[in-house]
Write a protein that binds this ligand. Structure first.
Ligand SMILES: CC(C)(COP(=O)(O)OP(=O)(O)OC[C@H]1O[C@@H](n2cnc3c(N)ncnc32)[C@H](O)[C@@H]1OP(=O)(O)O)[C@@H](O)C(=O)NCCC(=O)NCCS
Length: 437
């Protein structure tokens, strides 16, 4: 049987090394023994943007970009979206197994119990300008929770960790809804513990003077499915931030705030906002071919297309298309859908997109649904951050429980000056001080 090892010959020294291979991976630390001389630090790998580096072992999410597969804890995303609720999936992602009836009941109770915000946090939110971007408000308010729950700093106590996980999953919809009401100048609505996770979120968003808010079941289920699809996606940019910040034992509120900041960028969770802007810019179906030509000529990207992992149709995009139809049956069709479908049709037949394996990603259709539900584009990334909080927390917990993990601290290749001496100000090039005096 072939040996699971790599033989390396260092041609600088003619030395030979053997490095074990495990699951198609070598340990970067094993390369350190390869030195050109006694003063050499040892061989490193250079991998900007972590294109080919595994930073952890994880049992949470499996994504196969070539085959278009996504599974949480082994369960296909399609089955979870069809058969489970978001909170059931959240339990699965955090605890590793689907809950039984009793476990689900107590999980839902804990999360519902923690959905209320401290009144001072509400006041904190009131202090934002009327036109503050909801994502900026969301990130800052999650970070501010760190001051309300200082005991969260004890990240090594599993029971304490779990309490913060309940709190965060319970409170993020409340914060998100308050950012929405704030930007509309409407009074905040307290959580209603009689309602399910999505119904309660919709209640906090849209309740007006009615004594009890009743969410449209088709819309709340569509939102629940969108939350399931966005709950985790292994080591993406924001999850990597969650793990990196958490690795210095920062409390989970500050970690989630940092992860949400990474999510807000237009190349990550901010893409759905950009997709709707792009569809607005195109304006009508007949202008799609010209737009595609513009992208191919290097003027901008087709937002909502392409993925670092998926080089095939993103399996989430397929489910979202289905969810979009359910929403449109209630709300009426979003006219942007026609433009989006045409964009997808033309792009998928075009050599530029085929060659680069660029397919619609999860964000391509999500914005159109959010808009049909009544959200403005600036809320879209906040809607992504609510479910992704579950994934961030599960990854954070897994990282803290992993004895191999230490403070995340990459190496660098220094490209700056060698040592040099400080020159007095009057002798530095361009200084005019002497002349002015
Ligand atoms: C997601 C994304 C950052 C992945 O990027 P990546 O894996 O680093 O891939 P690259 O940026 O190296 O792209 C590879 C090639 O495809 C092109 N490309 C990638 N995404 C593209 C897009 N959305 N539109 C047009 N061209 C695109 C790049 O220009 C590059 O072309 P080149 O080989 O001629 O230089 C990238 O596809 C993107 O920016 N997409 C739009 C933003 C988006 O929808 N993000 C949400 C992700 S869920």
């Amino acid at each position: 049987m072939a040996k699971e090892a790599l033989k390396i010959v260092d041609q600088r020294t003619d030395m030979e090394y053997e490095v074990p291979v495990h699951k198609g991976t070598i340990r970067a630390r094993d390369l350190r023994q390869i030195k050109s001389g006694p003063d050499d630090f040892g061989l490193m790998t250079y991998d900007p943007s972590f294109m080919n580096t595994a930073s952890c072992r994880s049992a949470i999410t499996f994504a196969d970009g070539e085959r278009g597969i996504l599974r949480y804890r082994g369960y296909p995303i399609e089955q979870l979206a069809e058969k489970c609720t978001f909170l059931e999936v959240a339990y699965l992602i955090v605890h590793g197994e689907l809950p039984n009836e009793q476990q689900l009941k107590s999980w839902v109770n804990e999360i519902t119990f923690h959905s209320m915000l401290h009144e001072t946090t509400k006041k904190f939110l009131e202090g934002f300008r009327y036109d503050a971007h909801p994502m900026g408000m969301f990130i800052s308010t999650v970070a501010a929770l760190s001051t309300v729950h200082p005991e969260a700093r004890d990240v090594h106590d599993p029971a304490n960790r779990l309490r913060q996980i309940h709190r965060l999953i319970g409170k993020v919809p409340t914060i998100a809804a308050y950012t929405y009401r704030h930007s509309r100048g409407m009074p905040y609505v307290y959580p209603d513990s009689d309602l399910g996770y999505c119904e309660n979120f919709m209640n906090m968003l849209w309740r007006l003077a009615e004594p009890k808010y009743h969410a449209n079941p088709a819309l709340s289920r569509a939102l629940d499915i969108l939350f399931i699809l966005h709950a985790d996606h292994e080591q993406n940019c924001s999850t990597n931030v969650m793990r990196a910040v958490g690795s210095s034992q920062t409390d989970p509120y500050l970690c989630v705030a940092a992860a949400a900041a990474a999510l807000s960028g237009p190349l990550h969770g901010g893409a759905n906002e950009e997709v709707v802007k792009l569809l607005d810019e195109i304006g009508s179906k007949d202008r799609v071919p010209a737009y595609i030509e513009q992208v191919k000529a290097g003027h901008g990207k087709l937002m909502g297309f392409g993925h670092r992992v998926y080089k095939h149709y993103d399996p989430r995009a397929r489910i979202i298309r289905w969810a979009a139809e359910q929403v449109f049956a209630t709300t009426g069709k979003n006219p942007k859908l026609e433009i989006a479908l045409e964009l997808e049709r033309i792009a998928l037949e075009d050599e530029y997109f085929i060659k680069r394996k660029l397919y619609p990603n999860v964000e391509f259709y999500s914005g159109i649904i959010y808009q049909a539900l009544g959200f403005k584009p600036d809320m879209f990334t906040v809607l992504f951050a609510i479910p992704r909080t579950v994934g961030w927390l599960a990854q954070w917990k897994e990282m803290l429980e992993d004895p191999e993990q230490k403070t995340a601290r990459p190496r660098q290749i220094y490209t700056g000056h060698a040592q040099r001496d400080v020159v007095p100000m009057e002798q530095r090039a361009g200084t005019t001080l002497a002349a002015e005096r």
